[in-house]
Design a binder for this molecule. Structure first.
Ligand code: NDP
Length: 450
């Protein structure tokens, strides 16, 4: 049945849907035994319904740049599934954004949100707008124009967007300001807001810190290991990467790499986080060449000099690797290099950063592999904490949010490890995550009827 659904989907999809098909294929292959063991899933058309978005919203965004020229971008919101709660998922502003990319991200979000155990459904949105090189005033004008269209589809109990690549608290602030002006409502319609008007403490740190909490629990339970004094490689230099590095360093690890869309830094003495933040933090988006200029003993490799199909960020000996930049950034060649260099765990911070053949290889070689839908769920979890605080007009302190995040990440690890074991796939956290997430969503879909 699963093969038939996948074949139909491939037939009806176009080229831009490649990443979506990749995500669906991975999930459906994990689900084959469970779907075939319970006739209710077929009777209720659960899998077909689950791979079809509730709606795909597309709109035109018109805005004026600093020279008063008219610019036009595409805006999107994909509301995929709200069986567990209001649609929830980030907004991505990046030139590579298409409906295909957003369908993959929204589909993954359903499973991630289910794994948190919280009442949130799956969605994603964004635009092909590129914030890089734009003035703050241009970003503000774009965000306002984007929200003038988006506002009619979202609401605190309907759909609550957050940030993602290219959308940090600055952009969320501009978007929220415009929503409030249009709707005259001061409700928690976006998460990741600045703390000054309804944001939660620790939301900016949540995804990266959560990744490390997850890694710590997995290493302790599976290998009786800790991160202390271990060498780690991290990719990316944005929100998720910076906070992953921060927490790894807090636990005593030495992080030796980071990267962006133009190149990679290798610092054998350990990444200087304050310097990196001054270049990349707060959506500054400057070049990593500045890091090399300040730390002459580091090595900068420009993207054009990367070997075919491989990324230097994964070419150094390390204990654990944390891909935190973007999808399909850790290939089979990278996995081979990590294995050769003694890596024992790959923990995804980004969404689907590891290609399917790389995952297969890592798992065959006994490397612990944590899929992003489990290990990076800390961001959306604290977004839900923000929704709870907004609804009850409360402000939780830092320790409370941190404690709840740590506990939630441990629970996700336990849930997927136990599920994998229960279905005879011990240590296969991809199958454990897909099955555990599916069961919760499928049950809700059956109970609510069609
Ligand atoms: P940011 O925009 O803050 O940072 C993204 C980083 O990745 C930047 O360093 C960027 O480089 C780099 N990057 C982007 N595209 C590429 C590419 N094609 N090749 C190499 N590097 C690239 O985004 P986030 O840190 O928020 O998101 C990173 C990942 O984590 C994404 O997959 C996102 O979906 C996922 N995620 C984010 C969450 C969050 O809370 N923010 C929650 C869960 C998942 P440059 O500076 O040159 O643009």
């Amino acid at each position: 049945m699963v093969e038939k659904i996948l074949a139909n989907l491939e037939k009806s999809s176009c080229a831009v849907d490649n990443t979506f098909l990749q995500a669906v294929s991975e999930v459906l292959h994990s689900l084959t035994p469970i779907v075939e063991s319970d006739p209710r899933y077929e009777m209720n058309g659960i899998v077909e319904r689950l791979v079809t978005p509730d709606r795909i919203i597309q709109f035109k965004v018109q805005w004026l740049d600093d020279q008063n020229r008219v610019n036009i971008n595409n805006g999107y919101r994909i509301q995929f599934n709200n069986s567990l709660g209001p649609y929830k998922g980030g907004l991505r502003f990046h030139p590579s954004v298409t409906t295909g990319v957003l369908k993959f991200l929204a589909f993954e979000q359903i499973f991630k949100n289910s794994l948190t155990g919280l009442p949130i459904g799956g969605a994603k949105g964004g635009s092909d707008f590129d914030p890089k090189g734009k003035s703050d005033f241009e970003i503000m004008k774009f965000c306002r124009a984007f929200m003038r269209e988006l506002h009619q589809y979202i609401g605190a109990r309907t759909d609550v967007p957050a940030g993602d690549i290219g959308v940090g608290s600055k952009e969320i602030g501009f978007l929220f300001g415009e929503y409030k002006r249009i709707s005259r409502n001061y409700d928690g319609v976006l998460s990741g807001k600045p703390y000054a008007f309804g944001g939660s403490l620790m939301r900016p740190q949540a995804t990266g810190y959560g990744v490390v909490y997850f890694a710590q629990e997995m290493l302790k339970e599976e290998l009786q290991e800790t991160l202390d004094s271990q060498v780690c490689c991290v990719s990316g230099a944005g929100n998720v990467a910076l906070h992953t590095i921060e927490k790894l360093q807090f636990f005593g690890a030495k992080v030796i790499t980071c990267s962006d869309s133009e190149g990679t830094i290798y610092d054998p003495d350990g990444i200087k986080l304050e310097l990196l933040k001054s270049i990349k933090g707060d959506e500054k988006r400057q070049s990593l060449k500045l890091y090399k200029a300040k730390v002459p003993t580091s090595v900068y490799t420009q993207k054009d000099d990367y070997p075919e199909g491989a990324h230097p960020v994964w070419s150094y000996p390390c204990f654990a690797a944390f891909p935190c930049a973007t999808q399909n950034e850790l290939t089979k060649a990278d996995a081979q290099s990590l294995i050769r260099n003694g890596c024992i765990a790959v923990v995804e911070g980004a969404n689907m950063p590891t290609t399917p053949d790389a995952i297969d290889l890592l798992q065959e070689e006994g490397i612990l592999f944590a899929p992003g839908k489990a290990s990076n769920a800390g961001g959306v979890a604290v977004s839900e904490f923000e929704m709870s605080q907004n609804a009850s007009m409360e402000k939780w302190d830092y320790d409370k949010v941190d404690r709840k995040l740590d506990e939630l990440m441990r629970q996700i690890y336990k849930r997927i490890a136990l599920t994998a074991k229960e279905y005879g796939r011990e240590r296969n956290f991809v199958d454990g995550a897909n099955i555990a997430a599916f069961k919760r969503v499928a049950e809700a879909m059956i109970l609510e009827g069609v």
